[in-house]
Design a protein around this ligand. Structure first.
Ligand code: NOJ
Length: 504
């Protein structure tokens, strides 16, 4: 019997933006618990919660000051226990983010390190070269990856200066992560999404990097900041702990070059799953989509792991916007939802994808992502994809909160996109997602670990399901078979451009 995570629909909850139960304008754990029936009706098997641990929120929770407690903004440990119990009662697993590459600068370890230079070994402190930092590394968020402290030393932060990188050569760091893993697993958490899973080990002598393009999605194969071999020892350590909890899963955020490098993270004593970001990077283009699918399948096969698929997450523009926005963006996102949900393996749906939300156009003064300031206000960052969910009603905050003052403003023109409106419309994006997830879970035609291409962007599963995508500009004939589901209207019995169909 294969493990549950080899064929699951995960739903990514960005807790700040899902549902606010206490009227402070920020989503929270009780808000998620209140909406579990919505998620059960959508048909998802597992949640991935972005970080809810204690944090000053310099990077919205990816700067953790206490890895074994819940931030009051989101509730408390009791609220988490309630959420886990209520989710489990609906057969929904709960996985959380784990952030092992760095802590917050407000973590007691870092406070101690600043006060006492002899206590710096849990982080990466170095002397500079004259007045310059120890090397030329750049932060993924822009600017130098080093910040100088008053006594003249520098500390490394691959992300914001409020996120100092941990020194994984220090055994105390291992002991602490074990405590954190067991703390949450013992509370009933079903696993972890591991942040920057390719980042924890640094190239020993900290050599200069080649100064080309950097960014969250881009790093070179020879980038000394990432994908150093010692990282695998850390994953083996984490796995030894996880093996005490055989129903729990780890899924790594792994941005590396090439399938061989990727597969190393999924060896039988390392991570269970790794995110494939190829569909996130592909344009709505027949060749790119097919290459992304082939690559995702090949990488997983090489690793002997289940493939994973996602169209977006909290770090990238939403798919509707990536595919051109407007009606065409929505049509393409609907088509790609059917493509993704037909594929073997596990699928990750980012909250709001099931509503066809676009990125919001936000004014400068509300932007909060550290990328905005660190890039010298040249990159707007990721806030546009993180706007709160519209639930009901005709004006902001659309039932997300009782406060009109939500942490990011919700566009007034999202009124037609609310859950309430979409539940009443059989042709809505939400209705399509619900039908598609239900069919995927319930029909044997979706069985099988591989696909056969029977046309440029048409594939068949071993169970018999055919998924046909028209990424071209003119209608195409449908393959033979009974149509189970289409993402948009047929034109004279043909599959319209920007449309996909499932047939059996
Ligand atoms: C990846 C996370 O997905 C992103 O949101 C975060 O900013 C960085 N890691 C740093 O933790």
């Amino acid at each position: 019997m294969s493990q549950w995570w080899t064929r699951a629909v995960f739903y990514q909850v960005y807790p700040r933006s899902f549902a606010d139960s206490n009227g402070d304008g920020v989503g929270d754990l009780d808000g998620i618990a209140d909406r579990l029936d919505y998620l059960a009706d959508l048909g998802v098997q597992a949640l991935w919660l972005n970080p809810v641990m204690v944090s000053p929120m310099a990077d919205h929770g990816y700067d953790v000051a206490d890895p074994r407690d819940v931030d009051p903004l989101f509730g408390d440990l009791d609220a988490l226990d309630r959420l886990i119990a209520a989710a489990h009662a609906r057969d929904i697993k709960v996985t959380m983010d784990l952030v092992p590459n760095h802590t917050s600068s407000a973590h007691p370890w870092f406070t101690e390190a600043l006060a006492d230079p002899s206590r710096r070994d849990r982080y990466i402190f170095r002397d500079g070269v004259g007045d310059r930092p120890p090397n030329n590394w750049l932060s993924v968020f822009g600017g130098p990856a080093w910040t100088r402290v008053p006594d003249g030393q520098w500390y490394l932060h691959l992300f914001d200066s409020a996120q100092p990188d941990l020194n994984w050569d220090n055994p105390e760091v291992f002991d602490d992560i074990e405590k954190t893993l067991r703390f949450w697993l013992d509370r009933g958490v079903d696993g972890f999404r591991i942040d920057v899973a390719h980042g924890m080990a640094k190239s020993p002598d900290l050599p200069d990097m080649a100064l080309t393009e950097t960014g969250l999605l881009r790093s070179r194969a020879d980038d000394p900041r990432f994908d150093n071999d010692d990282v695998h020892e850390i994953h083996r350590f984490i796995r030894r702990v996880l093996d005490d909890y055989p129903e729990a899963v780890t899924v790594g955020e792994i941005w590396v070059h090439g399938n061989e490098q990727f597969a190393k993270y999924l060896r039988s004593d390392e991570l269970h799953l790794g995110f494939s970001f190829r569909l996130v990077q592909a344009d709505f283009d027949a060749e790119e989509i097919r290459a992304a699918i082939d690559n995702g399948l090949a990488a997983a096969a090489l690793a002997g792991a289940a493939p994973t698929w996602t169209l977006s997450n909290h770090d990238v523009p939403r798919e509707v916007t990536r595919y051109g926005g407007g009606a065409r963006g929505v049509a393409r996102a609907r088509a790609m939802a059917l493509v993704m949900l037909a594929l073997p393996g596990s699928v990750f749906i980012y909250n709001g994808s099931e509503l066809g939300l676009p990125d919001a156009d936000l004014p400068d003064e509300v932007l909060q992502d550290p990328v905005w300031e660190r890039s010298g206000r040249t990159e707007r960052g990721r806030d546009g994809a993180r706007v709160p969910m519209p639930w009901s009603g005709t004006e902001p905050p659309f039932g997300f909160s009782s406060s009109p003052d939500t942490w990011l403003p919700i566009p007034a023109d999202w009124a037609p996109l609310t859950v309430e409106r979409q539940l009443a419309d059989p042709d809505s994006v939400l209705a399509l997602y619900r039908r598609a997830i239900g069919l995927r879970a319930g029909r044997t035609e979706f069985d099988g670990d591989d696909i056969d291409w029977i046309g440029a962007t048409t594939f068949r599963l071993p169970g018999g399901l055919i998924c046909a995508l028209n990424a071209g500009t003119t209608p195409v004939a449908l393959p033979a078979g009974e149509v189970l589901l289409v993402s948009g209207p047929l034109v004279g019995g043909k599959l319209a451009p920007d449309t996909a169909a499932w047939l059996v």
